[in-house]
Design a protein around this ligand. Structure first.
Ligand SMILES: Cc1cc2nc3c(=O)[nH]c(=O)nc-3n(C[C@H](O)[C@H](O)[C@H](O)COP(=O)(O)O)c2cc1C
Length: 349
């Protein structure tokens, strides 16, 4: 397999200098080439590399974003990963999440932990540098190389009769998000084994932020400081599932507190294991607008931080407010059918 580097050049050459040097050294000995202008990239392994400079702006990236959002099948069959370099501490993560969502919407899957970001000072590499016994730029190079190698070698394992874990914190009677899920469930039929867990009304307390060593200590025993539903039901269900489906109403342009608590409390399990071979899906519904903000939050938290594989077109995204409105939206049947088919083709051989 060949690695294709999609190099989105910065507006000022000096912003590109560090990223160019890192890519040259990190990819030494790896079979790769740069994508050419207008090339058909379908079915390829793509490493997007961009530098944002001090102000977080890159015109080549903006042009790429336009194409990705306009052409829903531009990257069908691709698997992507990203390197985003900045001159300060800001913009790298938000740009990466924006690009990841656009790539996914254009049909590309993303690896779990698909991002290497480099802040201006490279201080975000302190832990890796210490663990690897190298300096900060050495850690930057090493993580880009590891990402490129994973991009070339990893394939998401499909299975017959996959286990789908569905997590929600809504009421079946009134929630648009839940009603959409019920329709998807019907369409999946017996192709997936479905486990649903409700996280309503404080069923999961938020992470208490234990010190790293305490979190690791509890986690190694299969426990978490607060115990409860998260430790007894949710962790085992995440361990044994092949895919997680998050049902996400937009609450104040963010995930609801209950789902956020779930993701925060997943940290203890993440300390012991990676989720590269578990897929992530979502149903995202906003009353008025802002579902892209929620989708980016889901990708940042679950794929960039917690390492879940992001299958192509990972989310059904709708806008509906009144109870029952989502199921009467124009074209909803087609979108439900397409999303169910997408889940099936992502998980089942
Ligand atoms: C606490 C709360 C905050 C909300 N914030 C927003 C918001 O910021 N933007 C928006 O478009 N809709 C917002 N909504 C509306 C929901 O997204 C909307 O009802 C949608 O149908 C999904 O929720 P449901 O699955 O419960 O029906 C909010 C709803 C609640 C209860």
């Amino acid at each position: 397999m060949e690695l294709i580097v999609v190099r989105l050049r910065a507006d000022w050459a000096e912003d590109d200098a560090r990223l160019d040097a890192v890519l040259r050294d990190a990819l030494d000995g790896i079979s790769f080439r740069e994508a050419s202008e207008g090339e058909n990239l379908r079915g390829k392994r793509l490493l997007f590399a961009l530098a944002l400079g001090q102000y977080g702006i890159n015109a080549a990236y903006q042009r790429m974003l336009l194409r990705l959002r306009r052409e829903a099948e531009l990257l069908e069959g691709c698997v992507s990963a990203l390197v985003v370099d900045g001159a300060g501490d800001l913009y790298t993560k938000s740009t990466a999440a924006e690009l990841a969502l656009a790539l996914n919407g254009a049909g590309s899957a993303l690896l779990g932990r698909p991002l290497v970001e480099a802040s201006g000072s490279l201080h975000n590499f302190r832990v890796q540098a210490k663990n690897l016994g190298v300096d900060l730029i050495g850690a930057y190079r090493a993580t880009v190389r590891e990402l490129a190698e994973r991009l070339l070698s990893e394939s998401f394992p499909k299975r017959a009769a996959p286990n789908l874990l569905v997590l929600h914190a809504s009421s079946y009677h009134t929630s648009n998000t839940m009603q959409l899920w019920a329709q998807i469930h019907t369409r999946l039929g017996k192709d997936c084994t479905v486990t649903e867990i409700g996280l309503r009304n404080g069923a999961v307390s938020d992470c208490s932020g234990c010190p790293y060593t305490a979190c690791l200590h509890f986690g190694e025993k299969g426990r978490c400081f607060y115990g409860g539903l998260m430790q007894d039901e949710v962790w085992p269900a995440v361990r044994s599932c092949d895919a997680v489906m998050l049902l996400c109403p937009n609450y104040n342009d963010a995930l609801s507190a209950n789902l956020t608590a779930f993701i925060n409390r997943l940290t203890g399990l993440f300390r012991q294991t990676r989720f590269y071979d578990k897929a992530l899906f979502a149903v995202i519904v906003s009353g008025y607008s802002g579902s892209d903000t929620v989708a980016r939050q889901v990708i940042s938290a679950m794929t960039m931080n917690k390492s879940f594989y992001l299958p192509p077109h990972f989310a059904l995204i709708e806008t509906a407010n009144d109870p029952g409105e989502a199921l009467s939206l124009p074209g909803i049947e087609t979108r439900l059918n397409r999303f169910a088919a997408q889940i099936r083709s992502s998980l089942i051989p």
